[in-house]
Design a protein. Structure first.
Length: 260
């Protein structure tokens, strides 16, 4: 901008002194009329020709004129998504005419199951169905559940999840050797090193440590109760206080363990 101002300073002075007060816009006077580097809005090319549909409906209101406002471009319409034609006057492939009157033309996308276009909204109006969908006389294109096939499309340590028009294979939990779904409770059998407990595959080493900890905890409780009984023979009052403390200790410990 600064370079342009320096190069054409005499023209800027001329506009300021002679044309500014006459109400002539600087952009139109300098860039369009004098330098001829731009065109008026919705005009294009070296001769500043009007864009298709000018002035009321450029490219039918659904596109842009190539080169509009410049001395470049060919004036062809670059249509918005869903529209086609020289003047963007029709619906593109995989779109259908949802509404049309003298002032408005609306094209909407066909249903995701449609192949080769459609005549209206929904899966009922598809020309044909895409792969992963099957035609039904009443409901149109219906999703095929590949996960229900006799032979699963997934590998051994994966389970199948149906999606619209396709499917996904997701890895089984590491505790599983084959599975029906996600998690250690959906295993066909347990992997090596895992043990089935209450229909859940659990880590064998962790399970062993847990069992040992439980045994140790119960022995501790038994020892405290036994010590209380021995003290009771000598001093019932002290034994009673210790018994209350032991009961509170056991109850608190078990509550905290169950909460965690």
């Amino acid at each position: 901008c600064h370079d342009l101002a320096s190069e054409h300073e005499h023209l800027l002075e001329d506009w300021w002194n002679e044309h500014r007060n006459a109400g002539q816009d600087l952009y139109n006077w300098l860039c369009i009329e004098q330098l001829k580097s731009c065109c008026a809005e919705n005009h294009f090319g070296a001769q500043c020709q009007p864009c298709p549909g000018y002035p009321e409906s450029i490219c039918s209101g659904h596109g842009k004129c190539k080169g509009a406002g410049t001395r470049k471009g060919n004036g062809d319409c670059s249509c918005d998504v869903g529209y086609a034609g020289k003047l963007c006057e029709s619906c593109a492939k995989d779109y259908y005419e949802a509404y049309k009157d003298d002032n408005k033309h609306l094209c909407s996308a066909c249903h995701k199951s449609c192949l080769g276009g459609c005549s209206g909204a929904g899966a009922k109006n598809c020309v044909t169905c895409k792969a992963g969908w099957e035609a039904d006389e009443e409901k149109g294109c219906l999703d095929i559940n590949e996960c229900l096939f006799d032979t699963t499309p997934c590998k051994k340590n994966e389970f199948c999840v149906n999606t619209e028009g396709s499917y996904s294979c997701i890895a089984c939990d590491k505790s599983c050797d084959g599975c029906f779904g996600d998690g250690p409770d959906m295993c066909e059998t347990c992997s090596e090193g895992y043990v089935l407990r209450d229909k859940v595959c659990l880590d064998g080493s962790t399970l062993g440590r847990t069992d040992n900890m439980n045994k140790t905890r119960y022995f501790t409780y038994f020892g405290l109760c036994l010590a209380t009984c021995i003290i009771f023979q000598k001093n019932p009052l002290i034994a009673g206080l210790i018994g209350v403390a032991v009961a509170a200790y056991i109850s608190t410990s078990e509550y905290l363990l169950s909460s965690s």
